[in-house]
Design a protein around this ligand. Structure first.
Ligand code: KG4
Ligand code: ZN
Length: 374
């Protein structure tokens, strides 16, 4: 009997369904990739829960899990309809298996398991952070190894992305993530949530040099970061201004926002400079510095990081915002990367609330306090 050659996983045309529910976005997407053509995002459904949690000052895990459980099937159906696909057109399912709020993660994993059991499709459990970290390869022709700064509401880390499942963490926050700091500063200044866009908007009219806020950890070597002291410094300034004038003038608020944003930008830029130096020691053939996460939407911050990349001779890669924030296209893409790497597809995996990308890196003290957002 002649044996048919097995298809090469590196070039096989693939259509993969992605499912994401690890925080406060219920998301599903379909990606088709037929090399050498670039990957196509056939659909990407993201249903946020901002309104649901608005009154609570943060994501409420039980509410999030219930909302995911109610909506995930509909999000998957919507993604398939928008993509013009049936389940029979799929080659695999990729689902976020962590890190994140375990109730939410389980909603996605159970839905994915149900479809896999009914169809016999291979099921791949994806690390949500790997989804973010691999996005520059979905949106651009980015070769390994590249440097990635993940800056979101729950995470802040510099990663060397060496391969689809091979990451080296160069440094990260030892307390709050920058998005968390933006959100807390917005709250301190009675600005709406999410705080990042509100602080950025207020900062446009402000003077970034008026308040001398600290630049935490710049006096220490390495790429670790800290943002909680910065937020406390804003609180003290606010209280001093209120005590002095009996209230906060619009100009004070704008100046505080601008000064805070400038401090975050300075810290991230200097740490990025150091991370780039470590990355360039490896002499990558086409150096790339990529960013992802909601905070990467901040224009002055993005500009500062782009300049650092330029100075170091690296290409700056910032995926479109819809792919920087939580979405399922990045999960489907990470599934495609997994299949192409030739790694075995494990049908059985556990959902994990914590799941560091770099198993060799020491845990960062206090990092991921918020836990919910990744
Ligand atoms: O990646 P993301 O959508 O969710 C996770 O954290 O997973 O990021 C949301 C965070 C929020 O903390 C939000 O305030 C922040 O990103 N953010 C911004 C801006 N837009 C969103 N921070 C600074 N400037 C912005 N323009
Ligand atoms: Zn995320």
């Amino acid at each position: 009997m002649t044996q048919l050659p097995l298809p090469d996983p590196a070039t096989l045309p693939l259509t993969v369904l992605g499912i994401e529910s690890s925080c406060d976005d219920t998301a599903s997407a379909v990606i088709r990739h037929s090399p050498p053509a670039p990957p196509e995002i056939l659909s990407s459904i993201v249903w946020g829960q901002t309104d649901l949690h608005a009154g609570f000052g943060g994501v409420v895990p039980e509410l999030a899990a219930r909302a995911h459980a109610e909506k995930i099937d509909h999000a998957i159906e919507a993604a398939l309809v928008q993509a013009g696909c049936g389940l029979g057109d799929l080659d695999a399912i990729a689902v976020t298996a962590g890190p994140g709020l375990i109730g939410g993660v389980l909603s996605g994993v159970m839905a994915a398991r149900g479809i896999a059991a009914a169809t016999g499709l291979p099921l791949i459990g994806i690390n949500h952070l790997a989804g973010h970290a691999l996005t520059p390869r979905l949106t651009g022709d980015t070769a390994f190894p590249y440097l990635m700064l993940l800056v979101s509401g729950g995470h802040c880390q510099f990663l060397l992305v060496n391969g689809p499942e091979e990451f080296t963490r160069l440094g990260g926050t030892i307390d709050d993530a920058p998005g968390e700091a933006f959100d807390k500063v917005a709250k301190l200044l009675a600005l709406p949530q999410p705080g990042g866009p509100a602080v950025e908007a207020a900062a446009r009219a402000g003077n970034p040099a008026r308040f001398a806020l600290p630049r935490p950890l710049l006096d220490r070597p390495g790429c670790d970061l800290s943002f909680s002291g910065l937020k406390t410094a804003v609180l003290r300034m606010r209280d001093a201004l209120v005590a002095e004038a009996g209230g906060l003038r619009a100009s004070d608020r704008a100046d505080l926002c601008a000064s805070f944003q400038a401090a975050v930008a300075d810290v991230l830029a200097e740490k990025a400079r150091r991370a780039l130096a470590l990355y360039l020691e490896r002499q990558p053939p086409c150096p790339v510095f990529a960013v992802a996460g909601g905070v990467a939407a901040n224009t002055p911050l993005r500009r500062a990081l782009e300049q650092v990349a330029q100075e170091a001779g690296a290409r700056f890669e910032a995926p479109p915002l819809a792919l920087c924030t939580d979405n399922a296209a990045m999960i489907a893409w990470a599934g495609i990367e997994h299949i192409r790497s030739g790694a075995p597809v494990m049908q059985e995996f556990v959902a994990r609330p914590r799941w560091p990308l770099d198993h060799n890196a020491a845990p960062l003290l206090g990092s991921g306090k918020k836990g919910a957002k990744a």
